[in-house]
Design a protein around this ligand. Structure first.
Ligand code: IPE
Ligand code: IPE
Ligand code: MG
Length: 246
């Protein structure tokens, strides 16, 4: 069922509609293995799913989407797989640039970009530049992202501000801290979806997910459809969020 339609006919209270969805795009390797294909084929298929789901989220009016594309731990994979993934990121971001522009999507990259090739870094900078004037869906692409390294980075930035006399220790609160994260100024994710059957965060949005609802699904990412997203949103809408209250 389409959740926006539900919102319109009033069966889902507006507060139950997620403003921010996170997706851990997992299961590409297993999808390929099942078909006797190399893992790279799974990543290519997963990239197509990424494109399809971004378009769908933008179409249904989602405000913030965060996709986990490459973790700080994914460098541990065989060099050939990492090289393939970096090539795929370049190709996809290049192709998507126009599409993002046309759909008024504002792209934000979460993670340490300095580890990427000069070409990829240039492409990211171009997309960020074009994105500045966009007012539609915010698409956060987590690439070379790790929740722990993001928190350490924020702690260092705060320590440096204190050292320089720009901030007092007493003034440090959750808001000050959150403003030093890559997601600065954005709401926390209401819902995180992880396909592939794994039931863990794998270092995704550790700070931001304090009160997030999780939906774990058995479908592998390359097979993930618009309908799966609707199902996850329906499950989310039926949850009772309490935030520590009653
Ligand atoms: C997710 O799929 C893609 C990345 C982590 C880059 P995987 O490659 O982790 O697929 P599985 O988990 O091995 O099936
Ligand atoms: C998490 O998936 C990272 C991304 C999907 C980008 P992994 O496949 O790396 O996670 P683990 O190793 O199963 O925890
Ligand atoms: Mg995996």
């Amino acid at each position: 069922m389409n959740w926006l339609k539900k919102q319109k006919c009033g069966s889902v209270p507006v507060k139950q509609v997620p403003a921010h969805i996170g997706i851990i795009m997992d299961g590409n390797g297993r999808w390929a293995k099942k078909r006797g294909l190399p893992r790279s084929a799974g990543h290519s298929a997963g990239a197509e799913t990424f494109k399809k789901i971004v378009q769908y989220c933008s179409k249904i009016g989602l405000k913030h989407l965060t996709v986990y594309a490459f973790s700080t731990e994914n460098w541990r994979r065989p060099a050939a797989e990492v090289t393939f993934l970096m090539g795929l990121f370049e190709q996809y971001l290049n192709d998507a640039l126009k599409d993002f522009e046309q759909r008024n999507i504002k792209v934000v990259f979460l993670g340490d970009k300095s580890a990427f090739s000069p070409n990829l870094q240039r492409l990211i900078a171009d997309i960020e530049q074009v994105s500045q004037s966009k007012t539609g869906m915010v698409l956060n692409v987590a690439m070379n992202y790790g929740g722990r390294s993001e928190i350490i980075r924020a702690a260092k930035a705060i320590a440096s501000d204190v050292k320089d006399g720009k901030l007092s220790v007493e003034a440090i609160d959750e808001k000050v801290f959150a403003d030093k994260l890559y997601t600065e100024g954005q709401p926390d994710p209401d819902l995180i979806i992880r396909p592939s059957g794994e039931k863990r965060l794998s270092n995704f949005l550790l700070w931001q997910s304090a009160y997030t609802e999780f939906v774990f699904m058995n479908v592998l990412w390359p097979d993930f459809s618009e309908k799966d997203l609707d199902l996850a949103i329906d499950e989310y809408a039926a949850r009772n969020r309490r935030f520590g209250g009653v």
